[in-house]
Design a protein around this ligand. Structure first.
Ligand code: ADP
Ligand code: MG
Length: 451
């Protein structure tokens, strides 16, 4: 049991026993969590164990209830009986404890093993401008569940980190309270559970499981669209939990209103808490994600390789992950060094090549802005700004030469008309003949963009 949780129990136990008993007998108590429902309390000898059983069980159960809102099964055992830690010094003879008032123990729902990827934590999640709200709300929910953001509804496209955040909430919640009853399910499993409850007429256990949760996390809730009776059941589950201030966290590929054939009352429930959208990551976030993923695999990524991969894979973080895995596999299987050439091969192999993925103006704008130390919004700003004018012309030139877009379409990306684009393209074409600096800039940018 982590130290912080042990402290919570001890703080709750202290006022429940006489000070001299606490000082002498309880200070060295240890807790070994077996699962979410069972905790072993090791004792140095049989006598001590019997005393724990007889006199300390009730105060300890109350302490767990105060600390975590739940009482797990407490098993007092002599250390030498196995599993627990090595024997400590023999304990002196304990005296009796004052009797504690009888209190019925809460009944636990059937055990719930979370199918969670241990790598999906807040530590491994890169927060940035496109996911800042979702990240902040997720952290807040794990710190103060059921309070300010209930439900928390996170939506965004495929591979943008919804499941990662949901699982991070579960893991952070469990770290704070190892006895929290967490139900984490894909929406598809919820629907399947519901169907089998209907078939077997097991509604009671179905409802006990979902409505007994302290934290209900349903991934990909858009799956409810068009499933009327599952929606009905979910509506009642939602209300029962929400009414009891239990935290609900949902993810979806679209905002509540855009989920097809979702009942109006569910839409309004989903909108009633915090709705946070995740957008595709910026270039800087993509680089940070790549580096983090590579580091966790024990392989630092050279900056030029990270920049190259990040400029090619834009919209799906899962693909960034795939690219890292491939880079690492190629490197070790073929004994190659982790450089730009290898990255180029890996991306070609993943069909992320210029021919299969046409560059988009935004990609070019980001790369050029970075190159000249500007912000992407400066490149498209309506105001004429001398220092960004060259960068903007280069970006327009690259758009003209490396996309199939018309002058007007390129102009739209810069909030300019097609004559400005034409002028810029001509200007850079002329400078390429006369100014070696411009030539070098355009060539380096072309390499970075993989064209
Ligand atoms: P979604 O559920 O939105 O389809 P996932 O949560 O499954 O996406 O994320 C896909 C992959 O991308 C996972 O490997 C996840 O760890 C990673 N990922 C997504 N967003 C981030 C982020 N901001 N920081 C680090 N990794 C991320
Ligand atoms: Mg997902």
């Amino acid at each position: 049991m982590i130290q912080e949780n042990r402290k919570k129990i001890m703080d709750a136990l202290e006022p429940r026993v006489r000070p001299e008993v606490f000082r002498t007998w309880c200070r060295d108590l240890d807790f070994v969590q077996v699962d979410e429902n069972v905790v072993h309390v090791p004792a140095p000898n049989l006598f001590y164990r019997d005393w724990l059983e007889r006199d300390l069980r009730r105060p300890l159960e109350d302490a767990f209830l105060t600390a975590f809102g739940r009482v797990p099964e407490l098993v007092f055992r002599v250390r030498d009986e196995g599993v627990d830690e090595p024997a400590g010094a023999p304990a002196p003879e304990p005296g009796p404890l004052p009797p504690a008032p009888a209190r019925p123990r809460p009944v636990d729902p059937p055990g719930n093993t979370l199918a969670i990827n241990p790598a999906f934590t807040f530590d491994t999640f890169v927060a940035g401008p496109t996911n800042r709200l979702a990240h902040a709300a997720a952290v807040a929910v794990s710190e103060c569940p059921g309070r300010d953001h209930n439900p928390l509804f996170i939506h965004g496209g495929v591979g943008l980190g919804k499941t990662h955040l949901l699982q991070a909430i579960c893991q952070a919640t469990l770290a704070r309270n190892p006895f929290a009853r967490i139900v984490y399910q894909s929406c598809e499993s919820f629907v399947n559970d519901y169907i089998s409850a209907m078939q077997k007429k097991h509604f009671e256990s179905f409802r006990a499981r979902y409505r007994g949760a302290d934290l209900l996390v349903i991934d990909d809730v858009h799956f409810l669209g068009g499933k009327d009776s599952s929606q009905e059941e979910f509506f009642h589950t939602f209300n029962a939990l929400h009414g009891a201030q239990r935290q609900i966290v949902l993810s979806s590929d679209s905002p509540p209103r855009d989920i097809r054939t979702l009942s109006e009352r569910l839409i309004s429930r989903f909108l009633s808490g915090c709705v946070a959208r995740i957008d595709a990551p910026t270039f800087e976030m993509r680089v940070a994600i790549l580096r983090k993923k590579a580091e966790t695999r024990g392989l630092p990524l050279p900056p030029d390789v990270a920049a190259f991969v990040a400029s090619r894979i834009q919209s799906n973080i899962r693909e960034l992950d795939g690219a890292i895995n491939k880079l690492i596999a190629y490197r070790s299987l073929m004994g190659r060094s982790l450089d730009l050439a290898l990255a180029q091969e890996v991306l070609n192999d993943m069909c992320v090549s210029p021919s299969s993925t046409q560059l988009r103006p935004q990609q070019i704008i980001e790369a050029v802005a970075r190159f000249y130390g500007k912000r992407p919004q400066d490149m498209t700003s309506r105001h004429w700004n001398k220092s960004t004018s060259r960068a903007r012309q280069v970006a327009m030139y690259l758009c003209k030469h490396h996309t199939t877009l018309s002058l007007a379409e390129i102009g739209a990306s810069f909030q300019k008309d097609h004559t400005t684009v034409l002028y810029s393209v001509r200007r850079i074409e002329a400078l390429l003949q006369s100014d070696p600096t411009v030539k070098v800039d355009v060539e380096s940018l072309s390499t970075q963009l993989g064209v």
